[in-house]
Design a protein around this ligand. Structure first.
Ligand code: PLP
Length: 380
């Protein structure tokens, strides 16, 4: 056997031993599974108006963008989406990227140099961690939602510039960041607060415009937002929102913007239409389902639309996920290394687009599996 095959075989065997082997589960077009694993919080990915917008854009502009934004990939659609995103979040300007991942990579690597300190929360998403790792900045990781630690890092730092990096709603625990306190610190220390609104857009009451907007921080000069178009908006792509100066800097310096094919026109058009469908009644429906699910699963109501159920082990989480799937319900599963604290969890995503009967059935199935996890042999 060649050395690489041996090495890869050993790695796979070790993952299996630890219960950490990942496999791809193929979704059939006509699957009868009720999907509470996706991030399609508002059910907009299948909304007829969203699908139609994508179809029309493909016919008018083509299936792909054909080149990077700076070459010939910026269409009128990109321009309109950027204006709509800026208006929606209340920030002066926006820049669309090909994904939330590349938006996060772009903004942090373009802003942080060797004379910058990046202070990031322990629970930030992998895309933000990777972005921080790519910089030459001094890096400080603070305990989760610990404002005094952020202040300490700012006051002790010897670099000229500072970034504070958080998520508005954290993807694993579905809890919110103390954005007002962090923005006040950013202002006091002349830092920039980078807030990833991936799980805030479309979800935060009253109008789904994100946690920053709800906290009165729309357009704050020390706050820069990132967002994904692929969760509540049901499309694909990412964005950065901030001052015109920040956006101009990204157009010129963000490598994941410059050296990447532009977001495909059908995704741009889908996101633009989805954005117009995020209204207070739509968000209120989602919030009602989040509350109902939390009550039925005897969990606290989360800030986001994800219910995170701690499981005794990675194996028990996988077994519970399989039990739900056998009963027709698809839920997610977090386990190391995708969890910041090493605790395996079932990840249940609330979806306000599901028919009431499917939603209620899914909740009943999950409640039965979750509530019996300590006494039915799932817990090891
Ligand atoms: C907090 C957070 N940021 C960024 C991303 C990446 O977004 P995208 O899937 O659009 O690349 C995700 C998605 O998993 C996320 O949860």
């Amino acid at each position: 056997m060649n050395a690489w095959a041996e090495y890869l075989g050993e790695r796979a065997a070790r993952r299996r031993l630890l219960g950490l082997q990942r496999t791809l589960f193929v979704r059939e077009a006509d699957t009868p599974l009720i999907d509470l694993a996706s991030n399609d919080y508002l059910g907009l990915s299948a909304h007829p108006q969203v699908a139609l917008a994508a179809q029309r854009a493909a016919q008018e502009w083509g299936a792909g963008a054909r080149s990077s934004r700076l070459v010939s990939g910026t269409t009128q659609l990109h321009h309109e989406l950027e204006a709509a995103l800026a208006e929606f979040t209340g920030h002066p300007a926006a820049l669309v990227f090909s994904s939330g991942y590349t938006a996060n990579l772009g903004v942090i690597t373009a802003l942080a140099d060797a004379d910058t300190t990046v202070i990031s929360d322990q629970h930030i998403h992998a895309s933000l961690i990777d972005a921080c790792r790519l910089t030459k900045a001094t890096r400080v990781v603070t305990p989760h939602n610990d404002v005094p630690s952020v202040e300490q890092a700012l006051s002790k730092s010897s670099t000229s510039r500072h970034l504070i990096v958080v998520e508005s709603i954290y993807s694993v625990l579905s809890d919110a960041a103390p954005l007002q306190e962090l923005a006040a610190l950013a202002q006091h220390y002349n830092a920039l607060l980078i807030v990833d609104e991936a799980h805030g857009v479309g979800v935060t009451p009253p109008n789904g415009r994100g946690v920053a907007a709800a906290a009165g921080l729309a357009g704050h000069p020390h706050v820069v937002l990132t967002a994904t178009l692929s969760k509540a908006l049901g499309a694909q792509g990412g964005a950065v929102l901030g001052s015109p100066e920040v956006i101009d800097h990204l157009v010129n310096q963000a490598r994941s913007f410059i050296f990447d094919t532009a977001l495909a026109p059908p995704a741009v058009a889908a996101a633009r239409t989805a954005l117009s469908l995020v209204t207070p009644p739509v968000v209120a429906n989602l919030r009602a389902r989040i509350k109902q699910a939390a009550q039925q699963l005897t969990l606290p109501t989360p800030a986001g639309a994800v219910l995170s159920v701690p499981m005794p082990s990675a194996e028990s989480a996988i077994a519970a996920q399989a039990a739900c799937r056998d009963a027709g319900v698809w839920v997610g599963c977090f386990r190391p290394p995708s969890v910041p604290d090493g605790v395996s969890r079932l990840r249940i995503t609330v979806n306000s687009g599901l028919a009431e009967v499917s939603w209620q059935h899914a909740l009943d199935v999950i409640a039965e599996v979750v509530n019996s996890r300590h006494n039915n042999g799932i817990a090891q």
